[in-house]
Design a protein. Structure first.
Length: 268
């Protein structure tokens, strides 16, 4: 067994270099010395340029070299250019913020001057004071948690209560939608949290490809549509998968459909 003379990697007895080193630099049969390559220069100012051009960018726009040299815009073109370059400064600009970016902003705690981005959209504190807030003691964090009680999940007063179509429509309108629930998703209204939990329970909280259990991973199991029709939410068309296996099913769909049929997950 020989070793590569460059990297000392084990190679076959018939070689002196490994495959990687034999293709590097001067060892590559296609290697050309940069100094031997032909150089190209601008015919006007002798600046080095690429081989596809005759002149540099600057010289190609001067005098008779300019493609528009000697030509004039028509009145119609001048009118269009004038309309397209309307005054969009100050209040005419759609992004105008009533001069808020021109004001001076100061930190809430130490009165140090800060950027307008931090004052308008951020915490309103300088970097030093922000780090102090982030490094609060556990006692203060506990007080903050007690003052901001957890109202998610079962602690929510509306947990488990159904939401009417009228309420969903109002929520959609309130968030800038058109009033049609689930308008920005491909899933139907039947694909609820309760249905997904029912599928996980049926599958004993195990991924139906690799067998990993839900309590062994940091998140809940995904619920996959076997026929890839997101509106077909019958139980026989749903299966529990971990995130890694669920991502694998996004390719070679015909194989995975047949796989679930062969394992008798899809009832046909």
């Amino acid at each position: 067994m020989n070793h590569c003379i460059d990297c000392n990697k084990k190679i076959s007895p018939l070689s002196i270099r490994c495959r990687v080193c034999s293709n590097k630099g001067v060892n590559n049969p296609r290697y050309k010395n940069p100094e031997d390559r032909k150089k190209f220069f601008c015919i006007d100012c002798s600046t080095q340029i690429s081989r596809q051009a005759k002149r540099c960018t600057l010289c190609s726009k001067i005098g008779s070299n300019n493609h528009f040299y000697g030509k004039k815009h028509s009145e119609a073109t001048r009118s269009k250019m004038s309309n397209n370059h309307a005054d969009v400064t100050g209040k005419n600009n759609p992004a105008y913020t009533q001069g808020l970016t021109l004001k001076d902003y100061y930190c809430k705690d130490c009165n140090k001057e800060i950027s307008h981005q931090c004052g308008m959209y951020g915490s309103g504190r300088c970097e030093s004071c922000t780090h102090k807030i982030e490094n609060l003691s556990e006692a203060i964090r506990k007080k903050m948690r007690d003052n901001h009680a957890n109202v998610s999940g079962e602690n929510n007063g509306r947990f488990g209560l159904p939401v009417s179509k009228e309420t969903r429509s109002r929520l959609s309108l309130g968030h800038g939608g058109t009033g049609i629930p689930f308008e920005n998703t491909d899933y139907g209204t039947e694909f609820t949290k309760e249905l997904k939990e029912q599928v996980r329970k049926r599958d004993n909280y195990k991924c139906q490809i690799c067998g990993v259990r839900q309590d062994e991973i940091p998140r809940k199991l995904d619920v996959h549509h076997i026929d890839y029709d997101k509106l077909n939410c019958i139980l026989n068309n749903l299966v529990s998968l971990c995130k890694r296996c669920h991502m694998s099913t996004n390719t070679n769909r015909e194989y995975w459909i047949q796989y679930f049929i062969d394992t008798q997950i899809l009832m046909v």
